[in-house]
Design a protein around this ligand. Structure first.
Ligand SMILES: [Zn+2]
Length: 442
């Protein structure tokens, strides 16, 4: 068993008290137990890793616990122990993703007629229930309509919209929520303490942010990180493929200050160091969004702030003062577009490079005709001799257009030398981009 599985299994909640978040669900289930008002079927909806299966198992324990009256779940009786080990004969877990047909549900319908072997209830936990076929759903529906008294169904799904309404209406439904960052961080801190490992809050925040509200993911990532022995900020960043936030801060500053070349070079560094570009864009977006929110509300207490260190927060405040809302909005929009485009781009960083070009029109004014290097001038001449016949001084307008074109060309050239997957496609794309830009300028 790998270490990440160990961490995740080792710290899986065993009783209601150990479940993080989902207070409403837990309280309602406890009330039902206390007042003997257990429903025949429950539906737990929510994102993955938020505790659906854990809650289902704990509820099964509570239903069959020999000491349930006093302790809800004692964790000591035979039933509790067997459920914990996954060997309880009266608690049947079905993964609908791999048992989705009508035959499985027919078998289930046969089986539920028999009384529990040694417990009060026979509990069926059907995970990923939305995966069932239409026929299987119909068969299940009949079962849910008139289940025997000794049966409790606990259905769980990450995709509620795929569960037929007829099924939902026959269950007691709960929506589980994403955990917030503090809740996940507290759990990680507790686990690290028990494991005797030191990790500062800033480093834990990287794991928390990567887990996106899923405690299970956070635990898996922590396991992965610990298995490699990574505990400091840089090591954890490397394991997770997260760009250094210094890179993010610099990147945003280069763009807002119209330093196009620096931004593109920095992006090259990020790509070369094997950072996941998707993650890079996410972090840039998170950063800029936070700046925008800071501008609007002085949002020191914002949840997104959690991700960044004191220094980075200072930088955010500085950028918030220097940069206008419109520029920040444009940055967000271009990066959002790029985040979609990187998934399909033959050259992963190309969409980000184009975004940089779009976002730094000021760079073109800076690098006017007089500042152009000899190389650039030569390149321009080779590509479009008819346009550069006259000296730049005589025809400033044309020259400016040509120099813009050169910049775009240069950008894409940089990327194609870095990754030579499909050069012919690149040139086609470059041409298209160039044409589009020229058109829009005229
Ligand atoms: Zn028990």
């Amino acid at each position: 068993m790998s270490k990440n599985t160990v961490i995740y299994r080792k710290y899986r909640p065993q009783s209601f008290d150990e479940v993080v978040g989902q207070e409403f669900v837990i309280q309602t289930l406890k009330n039902a137990l206390a007042h003997d008002k257990v429903a025949h079927s429950y539906l737990l909806c929510g994102p993955h890793g938020t505790g659906k299966t854990s809650i289902a198992r704990i509820f099964a324990k509570a239903l069959n616990c020999k000491n349930g009256k006093e302790k809800v779940v004692c964790l000591e009786c035979e039933s509790c122990q067997e459920i914990e080990k996954g060997i309880a004969p009266d608690v049947i877990e079905i993964d609908a993703a791999s048992n989705r047909g009508i035959n499985e549900i027919r078998e289930l319908r046969e089986a539920i007629r028999f009384l529990p072997t040694k417990s009060s209830y026979k509990v069926y936990i059907i995970d990923e229930v939305h995966m069932l076929t239409k026929e299987a759903f119909n068969a299940l529906l009949k079962t849910l309509e008139e289940p025997p008294d000794h049966i409790v169904f606990i259905l769980a799904t990450t995709e509620q919209h795929k569960v037929p309404f007829t099924i939902i209406s026959r269950t007691q439904k709960f929506n589980l929520r994403h955990l917030n960052r503090e809740e996940i961080d507290n759990q990680l801190a507790a686990i690290l303490k028990k494991e005797g490992v030191e990790m500062d809050q800033e480093t834990r925040a990287l794991i928390v942010a990567s887990a996106e509200g899923s405690l299970r993911d956070a635990q898996s990532i922590l396991g992965k990180v610990l298995a490699i022995g990574a505990t400091d900020n840089k090591q954890v960043r490397d394991v997770l493929g997260i760009a250094n936030t210094q890179h993010i801060v610099l990147f945003v500053e280069h763009i807002t200050q119209q330093r196009r070349d620096e931004a593109i070079v920095l992006l090259g560094t990020v790509v070369a160091s094997g950072i996941d570009l998707d993650q890079f864009i996410q972090t840039v977006l998170q950063f800029v969004r936070t700046i925008l929110l800071v501008k609007m509300s002085g949002g020191e207490s914002l949840d997104t702030m959690f991700y960044f260190s004191k220094e980075e927060k200072d930088t955010m405040n500085r950028i918030a003062q220097d940069v206008g809302n419109r520029q920040l909005l444009a940055l967000i929009k271009e990066m959002l577009d790029a985040s979609q485009a990187v998934k399909y781009s033959p050259i992963p960083q190309l969409p980000i490079e184009l975004a940089i070009v779009q976002l730094t029109p000021g760079a073109e004014e800076k690098s006017g005709s007089t500042e152009r290097s000899a190389d650039e001038a030569k390149e321009t001449k080779e590509e479009s001799p008819h346009e550069t016949e006259d000296s730049p001084e005589e025809k400033p307008k044309t020259t400016k257009r040509v120099s813009k074109r050169t910049t775009v060309k240069k950008t894409t050239k940089t990327s194609s030398t870095r990754s030579k997957k499909t050069p012919q496609k690149t040139s086609a794309k470059t041409k298209r981009t160039t044409t589009r830009r020229k058109k829009s300028e005229e």
